[in-house]
Design a protein around this ligand. Structure first.
Ligand code: FES
Length: 93
């Protein structure tokens, strides 16, 4: 099990999860409001998250994220899989 901390504006919400789920799936499981206009298929960037801690506990950026030109701490919530404790900021579009 891992804990994902989501930061939204001035609020934090911690959601416990089994490893291998995506940030988007975990957020939705935990009732965290996060956009996902393309249905989690990696085409829209509305699920964008900025990783604050634990980037090493996420799957490497995949082709979809590379095609979107994401840099540094930016990840697509629907593509990044969790394998350990992570803290992310949900980017509002
Ligand atoms: S939900 Fe569209 S890119 Fe993640």
């Amino acid at each position: 099990m891992s804990n994902v901390t989501f930061i939204l504006k001035d609020q934090r919400k911690i959601v416990a999860t089994a490893d291998g789920r995506t940030l988007l799936q975990i957020a939705l499981d935990g009732g965290v409001p996060i956009e996902h206009a393309c249905g989690g298929n990696g085409f829209c960037t509305t699920c964008l998250c900025k990783v604050k801690e634990g980037a090493e506990h996420l799957s490497p950026k995949n082709d979809r994220e590379e095609m979107m030109g994401l840099e540094g701490e930016d990840r697509l919530g629907c593509q990044a899989q969790v394998r350990g404790d992570v803290t992310v900021e949900v980017v509002e579009m």
